[in-house]
Structure formats: structure tokens, C-alpha cells
Ligand binder design. Structure first.
Ligand code: ZN
Length: 745
């Protein structure tokens, strides 16, 4: 019995990667409140201008100070402002006090007990998880220790050969990236190679492209159909050894033989199992030659009907498929085709696969795989014996991944296509701009066990953010521009670093013009004490600008009530501004910005009454058609990929590799709808986690019962409180394994 201790330590480790501060970006509110009906609100501009002139002498020092300050600014994720380190510290302390008081209140009110046998993994010293040193993180760690290291110990081959895809079907999605990372990574770590089995997949060219995008190269591409004749010959061999027979039983007859509907009646073999070798051989050749209609005859392996494992109940080796479509590579040559169970094992042997790694859904199949292996030991069929081992699948909450469900979303035009950025197909992930390095880092951080890993998408987003934080340039982008006329501005060029803390990334110019644009959400008509951005009579810093500005008046559109222009002046004398906002100069290029959110409203869209189509989030795509971006974008576009990672650096990259941080807004990448003249951007991920939807998943375990059923519970809780909550509880039940195989999740 494999317990989930590894899994618990995994989550403990992960927990350390996430900071529980209650950070939240203030959402865009669209139009501000209109508490005044007038069209113009004048403020005493004259006196301010006068004041500025008296301070002329200190202009240079002030400009330098501001420039220096803006380079060191930090994001206050709660308000979305850029503020000085000191200011952020002050605000954080204030909020921490508030949170601590709330926690104290909550813990007095209620304390939820843990389930029997559960471990409280949530109370780390100081109430805060320990920080993990990212610099020491070893991406090869998952091959050096744990499950995959144990698998290697079982067969310490000098010439490791793995394969991909390890499973027969499926459209490539986030879960498959784990299979790619494991199979290619395992072979690379041990200096071996990975074979790409091309044929099983409908879109193998696209799959190969994805493998290369992730930075891996298949050592060779093989086709199962190249082995059709060899497999057919071995099937005849099997018949000759009296290890296979041709059966004509239909589905319901077969079900009865296997214990009936509930599996409780005694199992038995049909009369066909008693046929002699010559009859079986004649019938099998008849199947090949078209003497039987589809589905009226099938070749069954003569295994062990008494064995508790259904994979041993004389399963199929060859069938005559109902639809006799010409085969992609062999055309109409064959009417009979080997089953996955038969072909998988034999092809692994033909190709010299040392470690055939697949997900735990195939654990029961290992016995039939080894049954054929036993035949190998006796040298009855082929020489080489491959080894199959199984790892836990990656399961995603809050989305659908099956081909059928995805097709419905595409056909009913809920999404833009198979590569819609809201989908977790690998094509969608790529179009959204998620860097391959982030995808791999996510897999490596999760590690590999035999446990089914049920993962909240928010965790994935943390990995993406960490990857982008260090390596992509920053630009100023305004989603909903409103004009600000700075009356005393003099046109000049400002030099702005792409990433202040990394001078190697270089810098670009931005023109300070008399009129600039800021985001509509950064201006309020009526000021208040806890508001730090622009309002009449208030100063705010504009990022990289020599002085803060002070709003003196604004104009509104009478019909709509929307602010159309803000008049401002430089504040060359005032105190350092508390906060800085982004802006773009007059004449900056326009962009269409698509902000994507979760496609579904719930964590389990398929459990919603009426199905997942009833769970679509109507706000999953919000478009800002008139956004503006500074011209530095053109240089960022020219110098892509950002970050420069394996898989993208050596090849021609798509628009998805043009990534940057829109300061105070989000991380963005170009969408494939972009042209030379039109910029279309996708939000890759927000700058900070939305604390409301962010949950930690903590694993607790419960004792196994007498039948060997082992259960693991995961608790999803809000990090606003130290009390463990029991909402969103996921129960994973381990199947007891009657065959004596290693039981696993
Ligand atoms: Zn039969």
C-alpha cells in the first residue's frame, strides 16, 4: 500500500511557495461615480502655478529624486498602485494589524475540528508558510528522488528509452504536459532517448510541434502501423501456443461470462475457448481475409478467468472494427486491427522501451502487459521485455478537458476555437501566452507520485507569475484612456528602463507630451481620505515623469456623464506623491486588449445541474477595444521571445512569445489575431492573485479501513483565516488491489 505521505510533504512544500497576504488588485470599475452634474469644475489653478514658479531652483533635484523613486516602486496589489517601499511597508503593517484583529475575532467565534486522523498542516510557525528559496530549486529533482528515482532503480539501464504519447487517445491538454515532461525529462536526465509514437494521435504534427515548443526533441518518430504485419504474425504465434482463440460472443454474452451486470455470478469461459489450434488459426485468417462481418468475430487472449483483475479475463487482442475507414498509412490493406492492450506491449518491446511510463488508469493493465512478458520470459514471442510503471494523473478543477466537451464549446461558439486562451488545451495555453518554461516549472514543482493530483488552476497561475516576474520587460498600458492636459508640460524625451532591476534588458524612449492618457479608473471626481490617486486638488505621480501632477479641473460629456478631459499642472514643490500611476503619451498606438477570466463559474462545471454549459461565466472575456500602449511595445515585439527559454529561443516564435508586464495592469502576450497594423493582446495572468478565489489545498489523510480502502481528503480553505474550512472537500478513494500489485492512488 502506497500511502500519501509523499503527497502531504509535497503540499507542505507547495504551501511554502505561496504567500498568504491578502493581496488583491482593485478591479476596474468602469465609469466612476457622477455625483456632480456640472460640465466643468474649476479649481484655483493660478495660485498653484505661482507656487510652482517659486520653486524653480530645486527643479533638478526634484526630477532626479522622482526618477530614482519611480525605479524602485513596488506594486500595492490591494489598490493596484505603484508606491514607494516605505509607503508599501506602512500600508502592509496597517492591513496586517487589521487582519490579525479579524483572525482573532474569527478564532474566538468558531474553531472547526479536524477529521479523525487528520493532520493540521496549516499552522506553520508564525501563521505564515516558510518561504522557499527559488534559486535553489532543482528542476531535475523529480528524477533524482521520489517515485521516478525508484522507477529508475528497478531498471538501471544505461540506455534509457521512453515514449510519448503513453496513452492511446486524447486531445493534448495541460494534463499531457506532465506526460511530456516525465517521459522526455526522464530520458534526458538519464542520457537516454524518447520515441514519439505518432500514429495513435489524430493530430500528431501538432503534437510534435507542442513537444518542441516545450523544449524537447523526439529521438525518432515511430508508427504502430509499421509493425502491423509483425504483430499479426505474433498473434498467429499466440494461437499456435494455444494462448489465444477466436470468439463470436456478443457484448451481453461476454458480460455474463465475466460475472454479469454486478460481477457477482461465477465467471466462466465460452465454448469458443475450447476450439483447437487449427480451428482458431483458420478463423483468425478468415477474420483477416474478410470472411466475417465487423464485430462478429474477435481474437481473445487466453489468460486467467479466475484472476480478480478484469484485465486478465481473456481480453481482446484483435478486432474487426465496425467502421472500415481506410487507415491513414496502410489504407485498406487491413481489416483487422490489434487492440491497445496487445499493440502497446508489443510495440514497447519492438522499440526497446526500457521504462514505459503511463498514468495510474493503466495500473490494472500492467498485469496483462506482464502476462505477455511472461510469455517473453519463456521466449515464446519476442526477446525483449519492457517495463510499465504508472504515475498519478494531473486533474484540473474548474474546467473541462475531454475532447467531446471541448468540441461542444467550439461548435456552439462559446469559445474562439480549440486554441481559445480560456481553454486548458496546450494550444489554448500557448495562445494565451503562457511561457513553456512556466508550464514545465509547474510540473517540476508538483513532482511525481502515484497520487492523482487535483489541482486548482490558481496554483498554476502562481507558477506563471513567478516565471514572468523576472524575465519580461515592463511597459505602460492604459485600458480605458482618458486625456489629461498638463498645462505647464514641456515636450521632452524620457529614457525608461525595460526592467529597472535588470539594466541588461536595456531601455527605451517615451515622449512626454502636453496631453497624456491615464486610466479612467485612476481618477475620481470626488476625493476621499483613503484615496491616493488623481482627484481635484490632489497630486499623483506619473511613472517615470519628472514631477507629480495635480488635477485642477475636468470636463464631462453632458450626454453620457463621462469625464472627457482632466486639466492638470506639474506639482514641482509639493511633497513626494504617495502613489504612482501609468500613462501613455498623445499618439500612442491603440490596442485591443482581451481580459480573460475563468470560463466556468464553479470548480466542478460538470456537476452543475444541466451540465457544464449551464455553468459558463458570462464575463469570461472582457474586451477593451480602445486601449493604448506606449511605443516601446514595438521594440519588445522585435526582440521576442520573452523570456528566452528552451523551445522558443531557437525557433521562429509566434505572437504568443511577445510577452510583457503592463505596469499595474497584468502580464500580456500578443494574440494570434494581431497583424502588423493591429495590436491584439491577451492577458496571460493578473499581477497578483485574486485573494477571494485563491484557496490553499491542504491534504489530510484518513486511516484505511479493513478492506484496504484508503482515503485522502483535501481541504480548500480561505487564507484569510487560520481556521481550517471543510468546503470544497475532495475525496479520493484508493481502490484496493486484489491482485497483489502495488496499490496506489
Ligand atoms: Zn465466445
Amino acid at each position: 500500500m502506497v500511502t500519501c505521505f509523499g503527497c502531504i510533504s509535497l503540499w507542505l512544500f507547495l504551501e511554502g511557495l505561496f504567500n498568504p497576504t491578502t493581496n488583491q488588485r482593485e478591479p476596474h470599475r468602469g465609469l466612476p461615480d457622477y455625483s456632480h452634474n456640472g460640465t466643468e469644475h474649476s479649481l484655483p489653478a493660478i495660485s498653484i502655478l505661482f507656487h510652482c514658479q517659486t520653486q524653480f531652483g530645486s527643479e533638478l533635484t526634484m526630477a532626479e529624486t522622482i526618477a530614482e523613486n519611480t525605479a524602485k516602486l513596488q506594486l500595492d496589489a490591494e489598490t493596484g498602485e505603484m508606491v514607494s517601499k516605505n509607503e508599501l511597508k506602512k500600508r502592509t503593517q496597517k492591513r496586517a494589524k487589521k487582519t490579525a484583529a479579524a483572525v482573532l475575532r474569527n478564532s474566538r467565534q468558531a474553531s472547526t475540528p479536524l477529521p479523525t486522523g487528520g493532520q493540521d498542516l496549516t499552522n506553520t510557525p508564525g501563521g505564515k508558510p516558510a518561504k522557499t528559496d527559488e534559486a535553489t530549486f532543482d528542476p531535475d529533482a523529480m528524477f533524482k528522488q521520489g517515485f521516478l528515482a525508484e522507477v529508475y532503480k528497478l531498471r538501471q539501464s544505461e540506455n534509457v528509452v521512453t515514449r510519448f504519447p503513453p496513452e492511446p487517445n486524447g486531445y493534448l491538454h495541460l494534463g499531457h504536459s506532465k506526460a511530456i515532461a516525465i517521459n522526455f525529462g526522464f530520458a534526458r536526465h538519464h542520457g537516454g532517448k524518447t520515441v514519439h509514437n505518432a500514429e495513435k494521435e489524430e493530430y500528431y504534427l501538432a503534437i510534435e510541434e507542442t513537444i518542441r515548443w516545450l523544449g524537447f526533441t523526439p529521438s525518432e518518430i515511430t508508427y504502430a502501423s509499421d509493425n502491423f504485419q509483425r504483430m499479426y504474425d505474433l498473434a498467429e504465434e499466440l494461437i499456435k501456443k494455444d494462448k489465444a482463440y477466436v470468439c463470436h460472443c456478443n457484448e451481453s454474452e461476454t458480460k455474463l461470462q465475466r460475472g454479469g451486470e454486478d460481477g457477482l455470478t461465477p465467471r466462466y469461459r465460452c465454448a469458443h475457448a475450447k476450439q483447437d489450434v487449427d480451428t482458431n488459426l483458420k478463423k483468425f485468417r478468415g477474420m483477416r481475409d474478410g470472411e466475417y462481418a465487423p464485430q462478429t468475430a474477435w481474437l481473445r487472449m487466453k489468460q486467467d478467468i479466475e484472476n480478480p483483475n478484469p484485465q486478465m479475463w481473456d481480453i481482446a487482442a484483435y478486432r474487426i472494427p465496425k467502421d472500415q475507414h481506410p487507415h491513414l498509412r496502410t489504407g485498406t490493406k487491413w481489416r483487422v486491427y490489434p487492440t491497445y492492450d496487445f499493440a502497446h506491449c508489443l510495440c514497447d518491446s519492438f522499440e526497446g522501451i526500457t521504462h514505459s511510463l503511463c498514468t495510474t488508469e493503466f495500473i490494472m493493465s500492467r498485469e496483462s502487459y506482464e502476462w505477455l512478458n511472461h510469455l517473453y520470459e519463456s521466449r515464446l514471442l519476442v526477446e525483449y521485455q519492457p517495463m510499465q510503471r504508472e504515475y498519478g494523473r494531473l486533474k484540473l478543477d474548474g474546467t473541462v478537458l475531454s475532447k467531446r466537451d471541448l468540441r461542444r464549446l467550439v461548435e456552439e461558439k462559446v469559445v474562439r476555437g480549440w486554441d481559445d486562451p480560456r481553454l486548458y488545451t496546450l494550444k489554448g495555453i500557448r495562445r494565451r501566452g503562457i511561457p513553456p518554461a512556466a508550464l514545465l516549472a509547474f510540473i517540476y514543482e508538483l513532482g511525481v507520485t502515484t497520487a492523482l493530483t487535483s489541482i486548482n488552476i490558481k496554483r498554476f497561475e502562481q507558477s506563471i507569475r513567478r516565471c514572468l516576474e523576472k524575465d519580461v520587460p515592463r511597459l505602460m498600458l492604459v485600458l480605458d484612456p482618458v486625456r489629461v492636459v498638463i498645462e505647464d508640460a514641456e515636450e521632452q524625451d524620457l529614457d525608461i528602463p525595460f526592467l529597472p532591476r535588470d539594466p541588461k534588458m536595456g531601455s527605451h524612449k517615451i515622449r512626454l507630451t502636453k496631453s497624456v492618457y491615464i486610466d479612467r479608473s485612476d481618477f475620481r471626481e470626488v476625493d476621499s481620505k483613503d484615496y491616493f490617486r488623481l482627484a481635484p486638488g490632489k497630486i499623483v505621480g506619473l511613472l517615470h515623469m519628472p514631477y507629480p501632477i495635480k488635477a485642477i479641473s475636468f470636463t464631462k460629456d453632458e450626454a453620457t456623464g463621462a469625464v472627457t478631459e482632466i486639466q492638470a499642472v506639474f506639482d514641482k514643490d509639493g511633497k513626494k506623491p504617495k502613489t504612482f500611476i501609468q500613462w501613455v503619451p498623445e499618439g500612442s498606438p491603440k490596442a485591443e486588449v482581451r481580459i480573460h477570466a475563468a470560463l466556468f463559474k464553479s470548480d466542478q462545471p460538470k456537476s452543475v445541474p444541466g451540465g457544464f454549459m449551464n455553468d459558463i461565466n458570462p464575463d469570461s472575456e472582457i474586451i477593451w477595444p480602445n486601449a493604448m500602449i506606449e511605443t516601446g511595445f514595438y521594440e519588445v515585439r522585435r526582440r521576442a521571445p520573452w523570456p528566452e527559454a528552451e523551445g522558443e529561443k531557437t525557433r521562429e516564435c509566434g505572437p504568443d512569445s511577445i510577452r510583457f508586464q503592463g505596469m499595474r495592469v497584468a502580464y500580456f502576450a500578443c494574440d494570434s489575431d494581431s497583424t502588423d497594423d493591429k495590436i491584439v493582446l491577451n492577458r496571460i495572468v493578473a499581477l497578483k492573485e485574486d485573494s477571494k478565489s485563491m484557496g490553499w489545498v491542504d491534504f489530510c489523510y484518513e486511516n484505511s479501513d479493513s478492506a484496504g480502502v484508503f482515503s485522502v481528503k483535501a481541504f480548500h480553505r480561505s487564507h484569510r483565516s487560520t481556521t481550517v474550512g471543510h468546503s470544497h472537500c475532495i475525496l479520493i478513494v484508493l481502490q484496493s488491489c486484489p491482485t497483489g500489485l502495488t496499490s496506489s492512488m
